[in-house]
Ligand binder design. Sequence first.
Ligand code: SF4
Ligand code: SF4
Ligand code: SF4
Length: 433
Amino acid sequence: VNHARSVVEFGPINKDTPLKGHFDKDDAKFVNIPAYAVQNRVRLLEKNKLAQQLSEESPLNRIEGEGEIGIITSGVSYCYVKEFVSGVSILKLGFTNPLPEKKIAEFIKGKKAIIVVEELEPFVEDQVLRICAQNRLDVPVHGKRDGTLPREWEFSPDTMQRLKDIVSVKKAAVPMAKSDMKLPGRPPSLCAGCPHRGMYAATKKAAGQTPVVYCSDIGCYTLGVQPPFRTADFIICMGGGAGAAGGFAQVTDQKPIAFIGDSTFFHAGVQPLTSALFNHHSIVMVILDNRTTAMTGHQPNPGTGRHFGGINTDALDIETLVKGIGVQFVRTVDPYDVTSCVKVMKDAIDFDGVAVVISKCPCPLLLKKEKRLEKKVCVVNQDDCISCFTCVRMIACPALIKRDKSVEVDPNQCIGCGMCANVCPKKCIEVRQ
Ligand code: SF4
Ligand code: SF4
Ligand code: SF4
């Protein structure tokens, strides 16, 4: 973790570095068949020794200040130490693998105590304890192992106060703001008009009382975990939902429905799909193709036809790919047409085998960014509205404002996608240009 920012000064930039080189073939070095692998293991250990030497000599591993207490720290933790702790000697590590073991041992010698300040797991601390043992250094080491510092969460100025019984620690000049107000939780949610809303609403309706497991993955669509959708029963890692879906098909009578974004599908979804086919698993994979990698800032992926830097490239067609590996049930749907999606999802859930539904609709935020979003907004005809709240219950769009006996639309948020109009039983929501 290194949630910090600062001005960065570039050193000289070497503009002479060639952009292309030449691959010099060397089987013994690059082809790790057993006969070569045993030799390469020796080479690797020799290289590690050289790296160790580099670490010992590196200016990135430096000692600052003097004091009986030594602090060994790295990364953003160093900034907390510098800002709040005084009267100590600091070994600032900027080259942590391999660690400069000799330098660390020399630093520890003669100190009254050592504190290791690092975020998350006690990686450096465990090595420091080993170095102490190997060098017979009888110096107390404080850190996460003895509970001086917490192992959970990131550090803060308050965390440094936990060192005040050992060293001199300043209080933050401006204490961290605390409010007595009980603020409502504001978890992130799918945007107004997000196409995932339509697909989730349709899937829930199609599944009805059928026992299903919603296998989710990493992307905006993970937010389906929230009500009213609740379409994320677990996430593991990229592609993990689709992979686990096969396992659920094997060991439960619940129908696995795996949601996966287009980027994640290209990255790690093709393999689990192939595995499901090979193993005759009965699963539904819903590929939420929003034509981008939305969650991380609209990066291109192999399906978008754009490369990094906006360069045009060939777009890989998901439907062709899925059919090409042998999936028999493949349907491409428009998630804004929720009613049609319900029918397709019912067929997919009933299908005995691998069913793939591609929900194809660009992320509206991307369209807005690229100035391709048509100006539309929906309005509720209040005379015809029967206050059934189907629109709110099914789509839960943040642009829909639920009043006691009516529904209104926030024109500032609404993008006129028409999902709410699609599910309204009275057809009293109109999309206007
Ligand atoms: S960024 Fe796009 S895909 Fe993500 S929640 Fe918003 S509309 Fe949906
Ligand atoms: S679904 Fe239609 S009728 Fe029902 S509350 Fe919404 S706008 Fe009114
Ligand atoms: S048309 Fe309906 S669902 Fe779409 S953004 Fe507007 S209020 Fe939300």
